[in-house]
Each structure stands twice: as structure tokens, then as C-alpha cells.
Design a protein around this ligand. Structure first.
Ligand code: NAD
Length: 340
């Protein structure tokens, strides 16, 4: 079987990670990545042997002046691709929809776009089957991916009666200076509940969820405190057993001296992960508790990388490379070293 030909439009935080993850798979390949400017990331793309394309022809001169060779424009790249993964900034991706559709190329957008843009939102475990053969898909945001991974199995096995989640969000990504150093806790949004619950409902429409969110002066990870009422009775060990079989959930514990997101990132570095990525939800095993009959636990989400394996699975489903979601998840995990 020939490999699916994948283009990436927007080679920033998410785009460069999707580029590496796709390249690690046997059944898909990168045919080109698109940059708007000759930044260090454009040079890195060339170093990684990706063909580089400018977003529009008027940008090519800037690349030439910087001594970077481009293979053409996005328009030309789309003619060579089966699927484009749009990793441009939130709300910019929507402006490319007509172009993608004109070229008859399948498209994946990220969580910064609205659900309505693709009309379908994706999570690997929850709705792989519904993505098979689709032309347009949105991989939900890092927070929604983390919540779906946690709540979908709980709902399936124990029935979620009601979930309440407090999201403590990183103020900016580590490489982003635009948001500046902040010395504050920012209710974001101030109006309650936050949009994260409805976003999760774009994948799991029936699930009762209320979310509140604040931004903190940290860049490395998001942090979630979950409180869930379940239909069936449970003991904490049942919940541990449920998650233990899921490689995209990684347990850590205070006993191992992992008491903060800083130590989680140190673990990712020690695991030798490229860019110290932590693709899994990081769940504190010793936080999983039953209190007044309800479930409580903490998890940390590496915002820069948890959506990356989901993008790979979405490609596999949309390009009909694999009809069994569990097999796709296993292939992606193996190629990316997830669950090891
Ligand atoms: P980013 O700013 O790091 O990267 C965006 C890239 O797109 C950059 O290379 C930029 O030069 C390029 N770009 C800007 N304007 C463009 C245009 N008009 N045409 C083509 N390329 C253009 O952004 P990101 O953090 O990678 O976010 C991309 C998407 O992923 C957004 O929808 C975002 O909401 C979503 N997302 C981000 C995170 C995160 O924490 N960074 C997590 C999950 C999902």
C-alpha cells in the first residue's frame, strides 16, 4: 500500500511535532511543510529534510534572501497531498477552508478552530470509527483531549452522572514571549462555566460536565482537578485498573517524588522524549480518591504535545489506512514511544 501524502500548513508548536510524528509512521509521509516567514523553524524543517513551501508566492523572496530554498507555494503543495494538517494559529485555519476544498484535499484542523468548521471533532478512543473516510475533521484542543481521554472510559464503564472540572491553564507556551511574563491568576473566562465543557460535548454530547478555568503564571503544563459522580459504585482501585490499560494515561505518584508539573517535565526529559514532550495524560495515582461517594483526581496535560498522536490517528481514519481504531492507536503509540 502506498503511503498517505501529508502536508502541514503552519510549522509552529503543533505543526513541527505533527511533522515528526507522521514521519515516524510506516503508512504516511510528509510531502511538504508550509511557513509564512524564514524563521529558525523554517531552517529546522529543511534540516529535517522536509520540503519547505511558502504560504503565498509574495513570501518566496524573503526565503531566498535568507538563503532558504523553497519548493513552491501552499497552493502547489496541496496539489501533491492527500491530506493537509492545518496547524496555523487559531481562527487563521478557517480562512484556508475554501482552498483545501478547492484542491479536493482532506483537512484536519486543531482546537483553535470552531467545531462547525469541520462539522466533526475527533478523539482517538472516543470516535475513531466516525472519522473513517471523512474529508474534514477537527482534533480538539489539548485540554479537551485530556478531558476526553479521562472521561470517555469512565463514562463507558461506570456511567458519568455529572463531572465538575477546574482547569488551571498555562499562561503561554514556553517558546512564546507574546503573552509576556505574568504575575497573576487570571480567571479565563470570567463568565462561568468555561467553554471547555461544551467543547467536550462536541465529542461526547450526552456527558454532563461543568468546567471553570483560570490561567496561571506557568508555561510548562495545564493542570486539571476532576470531581466525577458515577452511576455505578466503585473503589479507587477500579479506577486505577480502568486507566492502567490505557497507554495514553501515565500514572505518576508523590511516592516517586513527582509532586509537581516541574517534576513531570523532568521525567519527560529523562525518558529522552524529543522536545521533552509528554504525549500522555499524567495522572497522580495517589490522588484517585472516593470521597462522599464521588471520584476525585488530579491530572496534568502537556499542552504542546498531547494532541499529536490524536492527529496521527485522525489521518489514519480519514485516509482509510486502518479500519480498527485500537490498532491505529497501538501503531501510533509504538512509533512514538508512548506508554513505554
Ligand atoms: P504557533 O503560533 O506555535 O504556530 C503557528 C504556525 O503557523 C507558525 O509557524 C506561524 O508562522 C504559522 N502561521 C501564522 N499565520 C499563518 C498563515 N496565515 N498561514 C500559514 N501559516 C501561518 O501555534 P500553535 O500553538 O502550534 O497552534 C496551532 C493550532 O493548534 C491552533 O489552532 C491552536 O489553538 C492549536 N493548539 C495549540 C496548542 C498549544 O498549546 N500550543 C495545543 C493544542 C492545540
Amino acid at each position: 500500500m502506498s503511503k498517505a501524502k501529508i502536508a502541514i500548513n503552519g510549522y509552529g508548536t503543533i505543526g513541527k511535532r505533527v511533522g515528526d510524528a507522521v514521519s515516524a509512521q510506516d503508512d504516511m509521509e510528509i510531502v511538504g511543510v508550509v511557513k509564512t516567514r524564514p524563521s529558525f523553524e523554517a531552517k529546522l524543517a529543511v534540516d529535517r529534510s522536509f520540503d519547505l513551501y511558502a504560504s503565498t508566492s509574495d513570501k518566496i523572496e524573503a526565503f531566498s534572501k535568507a538563503g532558504i530554498e523553497v519548493s513552491g507555494t501552499l497552493d502547489e503543495l496541496l496539489g501533491k497531498a492527500d491530506l493537509v494538517v492545518d496547524c496555523t494559529p487559531g481562527k487563521v485555519g478557517a480562512t484556508y477552508k475554501d482552498l483545501y476544498v478547492k484542491h479536493g484535499v482532506k483537512a484536519i484542523w486543531q482546537g483553535g478552530e470552531d467545531h462547525e468548521l469541520a462539522g466533526f471533532s475527533f478523539n482517538s478512543e472516543a470516535n475513531y470509527d466516525d472519522a473513517i473516510g471523512r474529508d474534514l475533521t477537527r482534533v480538539v484542543s489539548c485540554n479537551t483531549t485530556g478531558l476526553t481521554r479521562a472521561l470517555y472510559p469512565l463514562d463507558k464503564e461506570f456511567g458519568v452522572k455529572k463531572s465538575r472540572v477546574t482547569l488551571m491553564r498555562r499562561g503561554a507556551d514556553p517558546g512564546n514571549i507574546k503573552s509576556g511574563p505574568i504575575n497573576a491568576i487570571v480567571p479565563n473566562p470570567i463568565s462561568l462555566p468555561s467553554h471547555h465543557g461544551p467543547d467536550l460535548n462536541s465529542i461526547l454530547p450526552h456527558l454532563e460536565i461543568a468546567t471553570v478555568a483560570v490561567k496561571l503564571s506557568t508555561t510548562i503544563m495545564h493542570f486539571h482537578a476532576l470531581n466525577v459522580e458515577l452511576e455505578k459504585d466503585f473503589e479507587p482501585q477500579d479506577i486505577i485498573d480502568l486507566y492502567a490499560g490505557r497507554p495514553r494515561i501515565r500514572f505518576v505518584s508523590g511516592e516517586d517524588n513527582i509532586n509537581s508539573t516541574a517534576e513531570v517535565m523532568e521525567l519527560a526529559r529523562d525518558l529522552g522524549r524529543s522536545r521533552s514532550d509528554m504525549f500522555e495524560n499524567v495522572m497522580w495515582k495517589d490522588s484517585i480518591s472516593k470521597y462522599h461517594g464521588e471520584l476525585y483526581f488530579f491530572q496534568a496535560i502537556h499542552q504542546e504535545s498531547d494532541v499529536v498522536p490524536e492527529n496521527v490517528d485522525a489521518i489514519r481514519a480519514m485516509c482509510e489506512l486502518e479500519s480498527d481504531g485500537a490498532k491505529s492507536i497501538a501503531s501510533t503509540n509504538k512509533a512514538m514511544g508512548i506508554g513505554i
